[in-house]
Design a protein around this ligand. Sequence first.
Ligand SMILES: CSCCC(=O)C(=O)COP(=O)(O)O
Ligand SMILES: [Mg+2]
Length: 222
Amino acid sequence: MIRAIVTDIEGTTTDIQFVHQVLFPYARERLAEFINAQQHRSEVRAAIDGVRQEIDQSEASLSQVTDALLEFMDEDLKSTSLKALQGMIWRYGYENGDFTGHLYADVLPAFKRWRAQNIPLYIYSSGSIAAQKLLFGYSNEGDLTPFLSGYFDTHVGHKRQTGSYIEIAKQIDLPAEQLLFLSDIHQELDAAKAAGWQTLQLIRGEADAQSQHPQVSDFSQI
Ligand SMILES: CSCCC(=O)C(=O)COP(=O)(O)O
Ligand SMILES: [Mg+2]
């Protein structure tokens, strides 16, 4: 029996192309200017200090921090500090109407179905919680945040680590075997399964022959 669903975003609710061709370049182009202009805001300072820790250079200049962040982006490194800064920059894009959060057409009907069945729905993404709220709040289907019971990001751990799913189950306060994790990445599902969760892989594009998980091609099949 499934008592709560936790879903990934990129490649699961949302086209990977939107994240990589719209969101990531938008943040990259504005990163240096944003850091220079906003460096005194407490959340920006915290992220800058986080990068200094990650590169083990407590005295790194702003320009060294910016260069490190650009390298993180090149490697698609799921750095918590990078994700916090990207989320702050994306806010301007959503609020200005430069883009809306992409959701596949099958997502909203499933959200409505799960709400009718009283199954709470949570998000777990490497994107910061603030970024997750923006994507669902300014989505191409309107504001879907009322459908969401909570959000998890890398503050609980990385998505390929079993400990992250143990922590999320603890915070949701349900036994792992009553939780379902939806993701396109089998290594994330492996970690969830090792924590005792039920899993379902979204195959929105190419087949994944390495996967041991049940698969669906969209949310209407769940
Ligand atoms: C909140 S949308 C942006 C997602 C993001 O920044 C990202 O890196 C996607 O990573 P995920 O682990 O969710 O595949
Ligand atoms: Mg994904």
